[in-house]
Ligand binder design. Structure first.
Ligand code: PMP
Length: 443
């Protein structure tokens, strides 16, 4: 009998007791290869000695002192690292630490609102985001996200956020339309929406550089974010990049937006920041935002008790040092290329695989009932959840999701293996997935 309130109120879940590299081990000694890192969290496996040592060392120094009065060394060193490694154009930004991706998204929205109040533009309060997308489960983050299933029960509680279509190439790009044309058309939806809502009333545009949980690792078409940046600059709208899932090396660069050659005004990050060793998230505000606040009230109008927690920041600092010192971004690129090739070779001509997409060690497969019409499977066939169960029976943890835009898109399987993945582990993941797909599609 479990007294913990799990997502499933009736299931008896195995208890995890330890980690061994990229494997989790349960109380019966069963081993699971973690091919998704929870939800793209565990990017250094589950027993990294340097991260564990850094956390233990910090426990023996100091855990908590209120950030209203004090700072601490790991928080400062990590913030400097994040600012200095942020996409060019961020300038002398500042970092705020929080406990989860959702909290970081809430804080980012409040920061944007503060920025406009400090500028003397109180009419700016409207937020534009994308459909589909996922920005978290607290009310502000849920309202911002475009995940219809997760929003539906709480709709009456959600603030009004306007959604434009995400640049979902597989289903949105028209026949004969080039990538550049599609990128422009998809980005220009933002301009149209700003003009509809009132160009002096829009505060922020929120987007994941690579859509994660709602859609399955959808990168933007080339040129999309350049045009988005231009539109935001033209209308004075802040660009908030949600790098909670895509950030901290997952796509082969520290921030996924680096790949697009632009920088955001506010960036959130979480999962790969602490790699699961500590619960931690961060908001990086660019110099543009910070200088406005410095020239104005000189204060931050937001606060949480555990901001800048020294054990959490010490853990995350060690994670970032391991990624840098062990040159793990190179491994993300190499193992990512291996994963891409293996997925394409296993599934590219499969009659029920509509699309394979991703970047770095962040890949997804979208399954369809019919490749020609792109018709999804009926939700009742539960392809993605059954695949997850089948893979788990094979000792591999994967991340499934089912259509989140009113049944118009289908089942996905998301893979986000650790940055420390070996050649053999990637081979094993794809060979077991090939068998699991064949098995699940039989029924
Ligand atoms: N933003 C994105 C892009 C996410 O993928 C998630 C979590 N899947 C969140 C925000 C919310 O993070 P958390 O679950 O830590 O609150």
């Amino acid at each position: 009998m479990s007294y913990v309130l799990h997502r499933n109120l009736t299931a008896e879940l195995p208890a995890i007791v330890s980690g061994d590299g990229n494997y989790l081990i349960d109380e019966t000694g069963r081993r699971y290869l973690d091919a998704c890192g929870g939800a793209a969290v565990s990017c250094l496996g589950h027993d990294n000695p340097k991260v564990r040592a850094a956390i233990k060392e910090q426990v023996d120094k100091i855990a908590f002192a209120h950030t209203g009065l004090f700072t601490n060394q790991p928080a400062e060193t990590l913030a400097e690292f994040l600012v200095k490694h942020a996409p060019k154009g961020t300038g002398d930004g500042r970092v705020m630490y929080l406990g989860s991706g959702s909290e970081a998204m809430e804080a980012a929205l409040k920061l944007a609102r503060q920025y406009y109040l400090e500028r003397g533009e109180p009419a700016r309060s409207k937020v534009i985001a994308r459909m589909p997308s996922y920005h978290g489960n607290t009310l502000g983050a849920l309202a911002t996200g475009g995940h219809t299933g997760r929003r539906a029960p709480f709709q009456p509680l959600l603030m009004d956020v306007s959604h434009i279509d995400a640049a979902y190439a597989y289903r949105m790009q028209k026949d004969g339309e080039s990538e550049a044309q599609f990128a422009l058309r998809a980005a220009n939806l933002l301009e149209e929406r700003i003009l509809e809502l009132g160009k002096d009333e829009v505060m922020a545009f929120v987007a994941e550089p690579i859509v994660g949980a709602s859609l399955g690792t959808q990168p933007a078409p080339k040129g999309y974010f350049k045009r988005i940046r231009e539109i935001c600059d033209t209308y004075g709208v802040l660009l908030i990049a949600d790098e909670v899932m895509s950030g901290m090396g997952r796509t082969g660069t520290l921030f996924a937006l680096e790949h697009e050659g632009i920088c955001a005004d506010i960036t959130t990050m979480a999962k790969g920041l602490g790699a699961g060793y500590q619960p931690i998230a961060a908001v990086l505000a660019s110099e543009k935002v910070i200088s406005q606040m410095q020239a104005g009230s000189g204060t931050l109008w937001n606060g949480h008790t555990y901001m800048s927690h020294a054990i959490a920041t010490a853990g995350a600092l060690a994670v970032q040092q391991v990624i840098e010192n062990d040159n793990l971004l190179a491994n993300v690129q190499e193992r990512g290329a291996q994963l891409e090739t293996a997925l394409i070779s296993a599934f590219d001509t499969h009659e029920n695989v509509g699309n394979i997409r991703g970047r770095g060690l962040f890949w997804s497969i979208e399954f369809v009932a019919d490749r020609t019409t792109k018709k999804p499977f009926p939700p009742a066939r539960a392809i993605a959840p059954r695949l997850k169960t089948d893979m788990l029976a094979r000792g591999i943890i994967t991340y499934p999701s089912q259509g989140c835009i009113d049944g118009t898109n289908g089942d996905h399987m998301l893979l986000a293996p650790s940055y420390t993945s070996t050649v053999e582990e990637i081979e094993l993941i794809v060979s077991e997935l090939t068998q699991a797909v064949a098995h699940v599609l039989e029924t």
